[in-house]
Design a protein around this ligand. Structure first.
Ligand code: BES
Ligand code: ZN
Length: 625
């Protein structure tokens, strides 16, 4: 009850803040929320919590080091110690209200790192930690100029999700805990620095920048990037940051961002974060996108020139509600972030590009999900196919995949189809508003769902089976995409050696090409040279197409790499340059499973230094390094 009342107050404050255009800060009161232990954090927030952070860091490219201090303001009521998460940080000193104190660091757990424990007096207000990072800090990727588009300046970016924030700042690194922050960053003169906060649009002359994020966020949304970066607006609230040589192309590609933002608001309520900008990173960024508040980080591999991969922007934008407003309380509830976001992404795409387009995206998700379930079943790991995960003792990064995303999406789509879209949309809008700036557990979501929509309306859905059960429930919706049906017909003709109207190919988006290639079976590998001849897949500049093409060929006819120099060169260049895990894993896996592990290892030896730690960890595990 207490919690309900408080969350209503929080929403009231939030809405009034939106209305009064941020003249007052609604978050100065501590928002109590029930805390359920997070298996991936040492923090003991039931004892002591932090409210606000001030970060003061110098970015040293020569030493590959961040150096400075994290100053935490404590929530008023606290116990006699504070526990923070750290991972390979050099802690120089800890001061409580400016008085040095003795602190302890626990022994290092390879996944969780070390607990930093320090004593608090009852009246303590502020904890200052003077520290520096190590060159191998896992969240950070320090790029040589040669790894950037401009080739002249180094580049630094962070990736804090899931539990890597602790590798660059001491923090209570649990998605269930939020705090406001300000930061002073000293970058090399002439470079731009950006954070998940209010950002500059012009470079400072001396490399000094100040940031503020006045809305409380969890640690995994902390982000920093430093490089040769410029800004250009797309719309009143949207814009793009990129290296100068990439900027125009990026602005064109994301030209519909403002329309997406408006579509999102029309669906599920006002955008709470002020600005929505995208930073285009160098190609070693290990993900497609990362929803850092106010500043999505994105891979350059979505710059196809035809805006055909902008659903990724819709996805990261959708996280501004699902994830950044209502946040998974622990990484076991990750599907609440990603499944909701895939659903919301699809609705934005439908609103802006029409239902045929959105259904195509859903079709890809369905295929990914079915493939993943079959694979996990074959490995005897069906337990990994339930929506509610059990990640304790494992790295939550390993839980990123089609179960949380696509099984989550299909579950929500089933509810939508069962209760009716209007009712489901009303439900979601309320859900985001009433739970804004708080964290959510799977169990609480289910309760809210049942309370709001009524058991009767949901009678056809075995909710427990969807959430805790394994495999795919029999009533899973199956998207039907007319555009893909046409691709199926074209593929069948190609296989039969019949001619296909060339104009049809010309109208295909990236998704149709990906679906086209994925639909060839092992029985059709004799067609590989003909496919390459006709469609020039090996010289495509589209990373999605290259990635499925490389996987298909290496899985079914690895000898093609030896015979065809153009193919081999493209494969090697792609794997050396692009560090996006989604592309690396299937390609290396195809090589491994078709007896080409030596080739995989020799390319990886060359490519590995270019990869972010997150990608390295995954490929190392796959290739048994
Ligand atoms: N938040 C995720 C990325 C992530 C998840 C990083 C877990 C670390 C741990 C992001 O929103 C995401 O889902 N990215 C996808 C894009 C997509 C599904 C359109 C990606 O990177 O491929
Ligand atoms: Zn996501």
């Amino acid at each position: 009850m207490k919690q309900l009342v408080l969350s209503k107050i929080a929403v009231g404050l939030w809405l009034s803040a939106l209305l009064s255009a941020c003249t007052s800060n609604p978050f100065t009161e501590t928002m109590e929320s029930p805390y359920i232990a997070d298996p991936h954090s040492y923090a003991r927030p039931d004892e002591s919590r932090v409210d606000a952070l001030h970060l003061d860091l110098r970015v040293d490219f020569e030493q590959r080091q961040l150096r400075g201090a994290a100053v935490w303001t404590l929530a008023p009521e606290h116990g006699d110690s504070l526990v923070l998460d750290t991972y390979d940080l050099n802690i120089d000193s800890v001061l409580v209200d400016l008085v040095p104190v003795a602190f302890t660091l626990s022994s290092k757990d390879p996944i969780l790192g070390q607990a930093l424990t320090l004593p608090l007096t009852p009246t303590a207000r502020e904890v200052r930690i003077v520290y520096s990072t190590q060159p191998g800090a896992r969240a950070l990727q320090w790029l040589e100029p040669s790894q950037t588009a401009g080739k002249k300046h180094p580049f630094l970016f962070t990736q804090s999700q899931a539990i890597l924030a602790r590798t660059w700042l001491p923090c209570q690194d649990s998605p269930g805990l939020r705090y406001r922050y300000t930061a002073n960053i000293q970058a090399p003169a002439g470079m731009m620095a950006l954070m998940s906060a209010t950002n500059p649009t012009k470079r400072s002359s001396d490399g000094r920048y100040s940031f503020e994020m006045e809305i409380p966020v969890p640690a995994y949304l902390m982000a920093l990037a430093v490089g040769d970066i410029d800004f250009k607006a797309v719309g009143p609230r949207t814009g793009v940051y990129a290296e100068p040589s990439m900027l125009e192309k990026s602005v064109y590609e994301f030209g519909e961002m403002e329309a997406m933002l408006e579509a999102a608001e029309a669906l599920y309520g006002p955008y709470a974060w002020g600005k929505y900008d995208v930073l285009v990173l160098p190609p070693s960024f290990p993900f497609g996108g990362m929803e850092n508040p106010r500043l999505t980080f994105a891979t350059p591999t979505i710059l196809t020139g035809d805006r055909s991969l902008v659903s990724l922007i819709a996805h990261e934008l959708a996280h501004s509600w699902s994830g950044n407003l209502v946040t998974n309380a622990t990484w076991n509830d990750f599907w609440l972030n990603e499944g909701f976001t895939v659903y919301f992404e699809n609705r934005i795409m439908e609103a802006v590009y029409g239902s045929e387009y959105a259904e195509m995206l859903a079709g890809i998700g369905y295929a990914d999900m079915v493939e993943e379930i079959a694979e996990l079943e074959a490995k005897g790991e069906l337990d990994k196919t339930s929506l509610k995960a059990n990640m304790a003792g494992t790295d939550p990064d390993d839980g990123v995949g089609p179960i949380a995303y696509d099984k989550g999406y299909h579950f929500l789509r089933l509810i939508d189809e069962t209760v009716g879209r209007k009712r489901f949309d009303d439900f979601l809008r309320n859900y985001f508003t009433e739970n804004a700036f708080s964290s959510m557990h799977t169990e609480r979501f289910v309760q809210i769902l049942k309370d709001s929509l009524g058991a009767e309306a949901l009678a056809g859905i075995d909710i427990d089976d969807w959430i805790y059960g394994t495999g795919l429930p029999a009533n899973c919706p199956k998207p039907v995409s007319p555009r893909f049906t046409r691709v199926d017909a074209a593929r069948a003709k190609f296989i039969a050696g019949e001619s296909v109207d060339q104009q049809q190919y010309a109208a295909w988006s990236t998704h149709e090409w990906v679906y086209f290639i994925r639909g060839f079976s092992a029985a059709e590998t004799r067609l590989i040279p003909a496919l390459d001849e006709q469609f020039s897949f090996s010289t495509s500049t589209n990373a999605e197409i290259l990635s499925v093409w490389f996987s298909y060929v290496m899985k079914n006819q690895p000898g093609y790499a030896k015979k065809n120099g153009i193919f081999y060169k493209a494969l090697e260049q792609f794997l050396v340059e692009v560090g996006r895990r989604k592309f690396l894993m299937p390609t290396y896996k195809a090589m491994k499973e078709s007896g080409s592990i030596d080739l995989a290892k020799s390319i990886y030896a060359k490519a590995r230094p270019n990869y972010h730690a997150v990608a390295r960890q995954s490929v190392d595990a796959l290739l048994g390094e």
